[in-house]
Design a protein around this ligand. Structure first.
Ligand code: MG
Length: 252
């Protein structure tokens, strides 16, 4: 079985390991089953995710990391002029896709962009919002890594990518294509990895649960991240407090 594991709110909360998730992943490793860590968080590069996991005692390979930045980059053509607003994880994937990154020095410069690519950006400013607005009002495509409105710190909930996206929608009236879970780009990307049964472990029903449903994968809903209301239209196979309990429940 292929294990698809969300990171934020499942393996860790921000920079703190969720108790037992390292043990849960060790249990999966002992079965020899493949794992992919599937995250809507485009701040880190694949290499940085491997390092962050390693720092928490979880060994992983870059090939096992799947980010919303990777999914978004699939929607961009080589040579396309892209206004990338985000952190290393998004910008690296855009560069790998050989697009031409536009770096506006004035609002007029933003008119050069054919596409706006927006991900979680913890230095997001009025200038970024304004550049995105100008480009999109000029006809640029609008792509976003994900819609998650919030992000779980250790104890607090702070704005996620969806909140940044909302500010751009407010001045343009344009809704982006969302690349990450449960968007089509991520579904296509992960479907290429699946050749048998799969289980998605995630904390967000709307994001991870819908994603699992679209993939035809089982969904294990864990309560270690963002709390959401149940929704009968999204199937849940396992409901547990955390990843370790989900793995134990699945492996019996
Ligand atoms: Mg999550």
């Amino acid at each position: 079985m292929l294990w698809l594991i969300d990171l934020d709110g499942v393996v860790w909360r921000y920079t703190t390991l969720i108790e037992g998730s390292d043990e849960g992943i060790t249990l999966i490793r002992s079965t020899g089953d493949p794992i992919r860590f599937v995250t809507n968080n485009s701040t880190l590069t694949r290499a940085q995710y491997v390092e962050k996991l390693g720092g928490m005692g979880i060994e992983a390979a870059e090939e096992e990391i799947v980010t919303s930045g990777m999914a978004l980059a699939r929607r961009v053509a080589p040579g396309e002029r892209v206004l990338g607003i985000g952190e290393d994880g998004l910008l690296d994937e855009l560069k790998a896709g050989k697009c031409e990154l536009v770096a506006p020095r004035s609002p007029e410069d933003a008119l050069q962009a054919e596409t706006v690519a927006l991900g979680w950006y913890r230095k997001f400013s009025y200038i970024d919002m304004s550049n995105a607005c100008v480009a999109i009002r000029n006809g640029a495509r609008f792509l976003a890594t994900n819609q998650d409105p919030t992000y779980p710190l250790e104890t607090l909930i702070v704005p996620g990518t969806g909140a940044l996206v909302a500010s751009v929608i407010a001045s343009t009236g344009v809704t982006p294509e969302y690349a990450g879970k449960p968007g089509d780009a991520m579904v296509e990307l992960v479907r290429e990895l699946i050749d048998g049964p799969a289980l998605m472990i995630g904390d967000r029903l709307t994001t991870d649960g819908t994603f699992a449903k679209l993939l035809g994968a089982e969904f294990a809903w864990v309560a270690s991240g963002i709390e959401e209301e149940p929704d009968a239209s999204i199937p849940v196979s396992i409901k547990t407090p955390n990843l370790l309990e989900a793995v134990r429940s699945k492996l019996g």
